[in-house]
Design a protein around this ligand. Structure first.
Ligand SMILES: NC(=O)c1ccc[n+]([C@@H]2O[C@H](COP(=O)([O-])OP(=O)(O)OC[C@H]3O[C@@H](n4cnc5c(N)ncnc54)[C@H](OP(=O)(O)O)[C@@H]3O)[C@@H](O)[C@H]2O)c1
Length: 375
């Protein structure tokens, strides 16, 4: 739990710019220092609202906002729906009209202080006469940060870090991308029990069942780009779009990215116009990610074959693995990854399992790259 501003840890935040480290100008333990029960409930609602949209607002984060009157009653609630649309605070303020004056804004992310496609939310809250702001995650984006300080300078009581862990979890890939300067990379594999991703003749449809394939479409809907090498593009002729079980396209399509030197023929599914396509004539994963970061891609789903997977792993550019394991055997055919340069067992690359789920007839193992302590 990171509810460090809750009444159970009253010294953690306060009026002025509260933070997990303590609050400037606040009397620790004062009533102002903690989020009230109504504010905590409002934060939970704001978190649910932020998560509610089917469409990831990328390149922006998911954000929710609930406005309370001085008695702690909800007057409005809003969330951000995507770049160029109102931020959560503005969405809620528009609904509240004059009723925001003297009240509290409860926001999942620190209100921004910069002018991007829309104006600074900190200024909108000041103009609306909000007396207090309670936020979850501090803004990790250097471009937009500083909203809490601006609000405090304007006389608003500010409490940060409320349900911060939950708030950060809403935007894990976005947070990673803005702090690391490159997209978060999820590597997805569909393999047999003997670790094969295709048969000896290169065919690979369908190693896993319908439920796992539907789950991959859900994964694609969460990312900004799906990346394969030319090998997969030419052998499989994949479409890499988000589709429902009946084949209908999802409301939002990630960028399709192919990495490699060979040309993608005109008749390929990747050229069907259903989603944009980028061909990156490089073998360097870091260069590919830099090109995608320049397009504000926050999360890449790596769906390539063994060659590209090994290149990203060798470069240390895989952050999470989603491995669909089919109870099936091939005995021959390409393994999931090419050579990683590991010659002896002491150099084994261990991962940390985050979740194991059954998806239809298959298993889904999610792992991160921090090695699990091994005994
Ligand atoms: N079951 C699964 O989850 C799954 C997923 C994907 C693919 N597959 C299977 O994997 C097979 C294709 O394997 P693959 O390894 O050829 O696919 P790949 O890794 O997607 O593509 C490899 C090609 O990409 C280019 N490339 C990009 N970066 C590279 C780098 N760092 N080093 C070397 N080459 C790089 C090279 O082509 P250029 O010469 O054009 O540069 C290379 O031949 C197919 O049978 C497919 O069905 C299975």
């Amino acid at each position: 739990m990171s509810d460090r501003a809750s009444p159970s840890s009253p010294g953690a935040a306060g009026a002025g710019v509260g933070s997990e480290a303590g609050a400037a100008g606040a009397a620790p333990g004062s009533e102002e220092a903690a989020a009230s029960a109504a504010e905590l409930a409002a934060m939970r609602r704001a978190l649910a609202l932020a998560a509610s949209s089917d469409v990831v607002p990328s390149p922006n984060p998911r954000v929710g906002c609930v406005l309370l009157d001085p008695a702690g009653r909800t007057v409005a609630a809003g969330f951000h729906r995507g770049a160029g649309t109102p931020h959560a605070e503005v969405d809620a303020l528009r609904q509240a009209g004059g009723r925001a004056r003297g009240g509290t804004a409860v926001v999942t992310l620190e209100p921004c202080a910069h002018t991007g496609r829309t104006g600074p939310c900190a200024d909108a809250l000041l103009a609306a006469g909000v007396a207090r702001v309670v936020y979850g995650q501090a803004d990790p984006n250097q471009l937009a940060a500083g909203g809490a300080a601006r609000l405090a300078a304007g006389g608003v009581a500010v409490v940060g870090g409320v349900l911060a862990e939950e708030a950060s979890a809403l935007n894990a890939a976005w947070t990673f991308a803005v702090t690391h300067g490159r997209p978060f990379v999820t590597w997805k594999v569909a393999a047999t029990l003997d670790g094969r991703v295709a048969a000896a003749d290169g065919t690979s449809r369908w190693i896993t069942g319908a439920a796992a394939r539907a789950d991959v479409h859900r994964l694609r809907a969460e990312v900004d780009a799906v990346l394969v090498g030319t090998g997969t593009a030419l052998v499989d002729d994949p479409s890499l779009t988000v589709r429902a079980a009946d084949g209908s396209p999802g409301p939002c399509q990630p960028l399709r990215v192919v990495m490699g030197m060979r040309a993608i023929p005109d008749g390929s599914r990747l050229r069907d116009g259903l989603a944009p396509l980028r061909v990156l004539a490089t073998h360097d994963p870091a260069a590919a990610l830099a090109a995608l970061a320049a397009e504000e891609v926050r999360h890449v789903l790596l769906e390539g074959g063994p060659t590209v997977a090994a290149a990203f792993l060798r470069a240390g550019l895989v952050d999470r693995v989603v491995w669909y394991l089919a109870p099936a055997l091939l005995g021959a055919g390409p393994a999931a990854i090419d050579d990683l340069g590991i010659a002896t067992i002491t150099d084994i690359r261990r991962l940390r399992v985050a979740t194991v789920d059954r998806v239809g007839h298959d298993l889904r193992i999610t792992a991160t790259m921090e090695p699990e302590p091994h005994d």
